[in-house]
Structures are given as structure tokens and as C-alpha cells.
Design a protein around this ligand. Sequence first.
Ligand code: AMP
Ligand code: MN
Ligand code: MN
Ligand code: MN
Length: 278
Amino acid sequence: MDNFDLHNHSTASDGLLSPTQLIQLAARTGVDAIALTDHDTTAGLEEAQDAARAAGIAFVPGVEISVSWGSTTLHIVGLNVDRGSEVLARGLDSIRDGRFGRAQRIAAELERLGMPGTLEGALALAGSEAKLSRTHFARHLVRAGHVKDAQAAFDKYLAQGKPAYVAHRWATLENAVSWIRAAGGIAVIAHPGRYDLKPMMRHEMLREFRELGGAAIEVVTGSHRPEEYATWQRVALEHGFLASRGADYHGPGESACEPGTLPALHASLTPVWSQWAH
Ligand code: AMP
Ligand code: MN
Ligand code: MN
Ligand code: MN
């Protein structure tokens, strides 16, 4: 089997490794083809592409788009996108523009809870206002000694339903899929097991995604528990979705598995990469 890993982050969004460092790690862990899928940006793709060429592994340009579907936040991965696409670039710009205002509101909630100065702290870690994510707040809260690790920061403060969670409007599902398709890419539902949707709504979400031109779902991902793989394998087969595999790697010490180290997709599935020349 070719070792495809189609979901990874770098310092262009909330990863800890630069695009080059990520690719070099993937080459060491035996990845044959890697996608960089930063949140709402394609800024790391050029560097990653060059690093992959130098490391002798195949590169798949990608992105992970934040979407609001009703009150649920979904992540839609675009694979094999043209990083020169104007439509995609303008769409992603429009989402990133909202990140700083949201970060200010998160910081205000944390201040109210007795943790001042978190906007500055998170910003220092993110490097720019448009990149600011909850991950940067989580890392800052660890450094400042408020929580023992980043997971605890989400569990205590930052996850949906917790006191510093701030609702936010991202892209619509329709927009995200259309930007990906306009950029020549394939739209994939990231970590479908992570969304808090009742079965009827889950079915409706999958139906709508498919109707909009979505083609694949992640089955084997670092953001699913191993016991969830079978569930999403069944869903992929039932709905006729292509299947994807990716670590959702964010960096050393923060992710359960390194790129390319997850189990292979079950032989009954059609991998999303089966249609690509490689
Ligand atoms: P944001 O786009 O700012 O909402 O940040 C989303 C990122 O935070 C995700 O891509 C994950 O990296 C991380 N994240 C979200 N929810 C959790 C959670 N419950 N536990 C750990 N990390 C999380
Ligand atoms: Mn992330
Ligand atoms: Mn995600
Ligand atoms: Mn991700």
C-alpha cells in the first residue's frame, strides 16, 4: 500500500512545526504522499511543496475550512486544491478576517474567569492576528500555569459549552465546498465522528454535503478513536463516499500519532487518492 496521510497542520495555522519540518518528519515516518491542510489558509503550501520535492515524497496541496452548519462547527478538508485559485483565496480571507474579533471575545471571557493577558499571550504564539485559534489560547494557558496541558484547557474553558467558548459564524457549507471545487479540489468531511449531531441531523448533513458536490469523508484519522473507524467505514460505503486517512497532526507532544502511522483504510473502501495519478 502507498502510505497516504492527507490531514496535517503547520505553523501556517495551529501546528507546531514549520511546513518544511512537517514534511521532513513525514519522510522519516515513511509517508509516501502527504497533504498539508492548515485551517483556513494555503500560506504554507508553497514551502511544503518545495520541501516534499527535496525529501522525495509526493505532496498534496490542501486546506481545512471552518464551516458553520446551523449551530455546529464542521471542518471541511479540500484536497488537491490549486493554491493559486482566486476564489479559494478570497473565501479563506473572508473567514480569517473574523478570527481576531473572536479571539478578543475569548480573551474577555478568560479575563472574567481570572486569567488576564491571554490575547497577548496567544498572539505571541500564533504570530499573527488572522491565525489566532483556540489552540494558541490553550498553549498559552498551559505556559501561564492555568492548566496542566492543552487538552485540559479545552476541557475546562475552550470547548463548546465551556465558559470561554464563543460562538462564531464561519463559512457556509455551500461556500466551503464551492471554493474547494472552484480550486479544482475534492471536498472531504474532516473527522465526522467529532461533531455533536443526532442521527437524523448527521444524515441530513451528509446528504447536503453530497448534494453540494462533496465526495469523501475521513474514516481513519487521528481525531477518531480506533473503535470509531468501523462506524465511518460503514457510512462511507452506505453513502458512496470516497474514504480519506490522515493524522490531523499538530506537533510533537500534542498529537496522538505522527503522520503516516495510522492503520490502513479497509480494503472495502475506495480511497480518495484512487483517482489521482501518482
Ligand atoms: P479554532 O479554529 O480556533 O476553533 O480551533 C480549532 C482547533 O482547536 C482544532 O483544529 C483543534 O486543533 C483544536 N481543538 C478543538 N477542539 C478541541 C478539543 N476538544 N480538544 C483538543 N483540541 C481541540
Ligand atoms: Mn487544529
Ligand atoms: Mn479539524
Ligand atoms: Mn485538522
